[in-house]
Write a protein that binds this ligand. Sequence first.
Ligand SMILES: NC(=O)c1ccc[n+]([C@@H]2O[C@H](COP(=O)([O-])OP(=O)(O)OC[C@H]3O[C@@H](n4cnc5c(N)ncnc54)[C@H](O)[C@@H]3O)[C@@H](O)[C@H]2O)c1
Length: 249
Amino acid sequence: MSLLRNKTIIVTGAGGNIGQAYCRGFLEMGANVVAADLNDIGTEAAKWGHADRLMTIAANVLSQPDCDRVAEETVRRFHRIDGLLNNAGFFKSASFGSFLDIPPEEWDLCYQVNVRGTWQSIKAVHAQMKRQGQGSIVNISSNTPYKGVPNFLHYVSSKAAIVGLSRSLAREVGGDGILVNTLCPDLIPDGDIVARQGSAADERTIAGRCLKRTQFPEDMVGAAAFLFSDLAGFITGQSLLVNGGAHFN
Ligand SMILES: NC(=O)c1ccc[n+]([C@@H]2O[C@H](COP(=O)([O-])OP(=O)(O)OC[C@H]3O[C@@H](n4cnc5c(N)ncnc54)[C@H](O)[C@@H]3O)[C@@H](O)[C@H]2O)c1
């Protein structure tokens, strides 16, 4: 499949289950992929193949110099930045509990990674995309702001902020030829999530969906690839809920 041939796409948070699925999928679809993560994911990424079109970079989205370095190394190796997928997130470490009890430091860290990290990564690629007169930014939000989830206020509100950020930024950079959209996954359980929330959480989530099955990382890949492809060139400022019909936008 060559939907993304000649596209160069940066994926942040590329080391998680979902981040890896995006990278593998984009590589299969012909893209050059820059897989960035807080941790060094070179060993894992070597299993994905397509080494000629893949670069891994250890970078912290909380550091503007790190974000800038990812953009610079991408241009040095692939000469363009067509897409940025802001997938790095503070999710699995976020504690559950009453809004009265969220530690302020945890509230700040959640917003820093999810919102400031997204903003800083976007700032890093903007000049190159503007020079090209073309670029597509996809920010990962969540189904949770649409559903309203109790006892998870910092995470849910930070992901709601991503929707506002994307819509407003779409208006700011549309004139530069840059698209900004949001993808909203529902619960995609992995071992860590099952250990934290139990398998009943997935069963409850499935019960609320039109499509009665578990959501997998691979369910996100087609929607993201579409938004980075030339097929989506007139779509911006939109939020796409990829959630099996759990909630409607
Ligand atoms: N898993 C779900 O059910 C679900 C549902 C809705 C939305 N999401 C969102 O999808 C994204 C990926 O989720 P996941 O389940 O794969 O999470 P994960 O924790 O498995 O992966 C997140 C990745 O981000 C990286 N990361 C964390 N902080 C970073 C930083 N400061 N700088 C750079 N990288 C950093 C981590 O190293 C990790 O590899 C997140 O934004 C999350 O909020 C997940």
